[in-house]
Design a protein around this ligand. Structure first.
Ligand SMILES: [Zn+2]
Ligand SMILES: [Zn+2]
Ligand SMILES: [Zn+2]
Length: 163
């Protein structure tokens, strides 16, 4: 039962430089393979999202882009974001109306998130298909699932300790 679950990163202490580098490398390799352009702006938006394991709203991303001197217009930033989401380098957290970099760039997955309501850390977990059986119900009713996102809200370990 435990074999497929519990791959997550973010709440626990870890070498974040490794996450960052791994995600950028994975995006580079993916774009290379599918002949997509990993433009400086797209890279910068991904770097901004990778800075912390935290979801950022589009406006916060725009502010950081301006600070970095890329001075982008909103439509340009939105296009870069939708590129990242479309290709799985980032995910949209509907509940927060915000974006987070993918923490599992080298694995094909349906994103599942744990969101700390206190520090707003977002941790992505690899969802195991056994955690909820929507697919069975879907095929029984003829519903074709295109995307499944699991978002769990709660309190992380370190915030719980501070309380
Ligand atoms: Zn990290
Ligand atoms: Zn992901
Ligand atoms: Zn927390």
């Amino acid at each position: 039962m435990t074999s497929k679950t519990s791959k997550s990163v973010g709440f626990e202490q870890h070498d974040h430089d490794v996450c960052l580098e791994k995600a950028i490398k994975a995006a580079e390799a993916y774009c290379d393979r599918f002949k997509l352009q990993f433009t400086p702006l797209r890279r910068k938006v991904l770097e901004i999202l990778l800075e912390e394991h935290r979801a950022l709203g589009a406006y916060a991303i725009l502010d950081l882009l301006r600070e970095s001197g890329l001075g982008s217009q909103p439509p340009v930033a939105y296009r870069a974001l939708s590129f990242l989401v479309e290709h799985g380098f980032a995910h949209k957290i509907e509940r927060l109306n915000a974006f987070v970099a993918c923490a599992l760039p080298d694995i094909l997955h349906s994103p599942a998130f744990m969101i700390c309501r206190k520090c707003e850390t977002v941790v992505e977990a690899q969802s195991s298909s056994s955690s909820f059986d929507l697919s069975g119900t879907a095929s029984a009713t003829g519903f074709k699932i295109e995307q499944t996102t699991l978002e769990a809200k709660g309190v992380c370990h370190s915030c719980a300790e501070m309380a």
